[in-house]
Design a protein around this ligand. Structure first.
Ligand code: PGA
Length: 255
């Protein structure tokens, strides 16, 4: 398994945190700390209302901006939703789809995740597709079945060419925001299994070229060990992405 065949991506997922003015200030503080760290891509996925401030503050830096969701329709009667065209016109380059908090609190299903993945891709966005098992699923021994199902359905109708713009984030639900990180071995095992699923539905070379992140309480202390695993190509970072020093340590660990 050759890690040089794919790009490392460290992405922050701010969730429902930061106002536009806090966003501008945060990125101005972070930018000099991560400047020149070109061994991985540095992405911040921010709330919709913070996008304009984030894109402005990130101009001329190595930080790219992402959104936290995208609707599947081009436009129409979907009160409160945001389309892919709206995001790309605002300068957004990445979008998170299928985060477990969306699945858990907002009725997101494998099928709607698939629709959103396709909408992101067709609007030129790079999609960070989140998959991961709950504690019950892990305890019942169906972790593999769960992530395989989520991955396969999310990628229905996505071509091998489009797959180049998909990053998969393995995020065990029990590790998100809980301070309980998967061990490096647990994370590596499932990331390798997800790569196997990609090989099955596309091809070996496609799997080798796909960036797979780990997410779930990744922080300044545990990032280096997780990122040293051969199937872990980056991280999707919640809490620690809200602190510029901690986020910088994680970006450095991915170099
Ligand atoms: P966490 O969140 O790092 O705060 O656990 C990760 C995520 O939900 O993407």
């Amino acid at each position: 398994m050759d890690k040089t065949k794919r790009s490392a991506v460290i992405a922050g997922n701010w969730k429902m945190n930061m106002t536009p003015s806090q966003t501008g200030a945060f990125i101005k503080e972070l930018a000099p700390k991560v400047a020149g760290l070109d061994g991985c891509k540095v992405v911040l996925c921010v709330p919709y209302v913070d996008i304009a401030a984030a894109v402005e503050a990130a101009k001329g830096t190595n930080i790219e901006i992402g959104a936290e969701n995208v609707h599947w329709a081009e436009k129409g009667a979907y009160t409160g939703e945001i389309s892919g065209a709206m995001l790309s016109e605002c300068g957004v380059k990445y979008v998170i789809v299928g985060h477990s908090e969306r699945r858990q609190y907002f009725g997101e299903t494998d099928v709607t995740v698939n629709e959103r993945v396709k909408a992101g891709l067709s609007n030129g966005l790079k999609v960070i597709l989140c998959v991961g098992e709950t504690l019950t699923e892990r305890e019942q021994g169906v972790t593999y079945e769960t992530v395989a199902r989520q991955t396969k359905i999310a990628l229905l109708g996505v071509s091998a060419d489009e797959l180049k713009n998909v990053i998969i984030a393995y995020e065990p639900v029990w590790a998100i925001g809980t301070g309980k990180t998967a061990t490096a071995e647990q994370a590596e095992e499932v990331c390798a299994q997800i790569r196997g699923v990609i090989a099955d539905i596309y091809c070996e070379a496609c799997a080798e070229a796909t960036t797979i992140q780990y997410g779930g309480s990744m922080n300044a202390k545990n990032a280096a060990e997780l990122l040293s695993m051969k199937n872990i190509d980056g991280g999707l970072i919640g809490g620690a992405s809200l602190k510029s020093d901690d986020f910088t340590v994680i970006v450095k660990a991915a170099q």
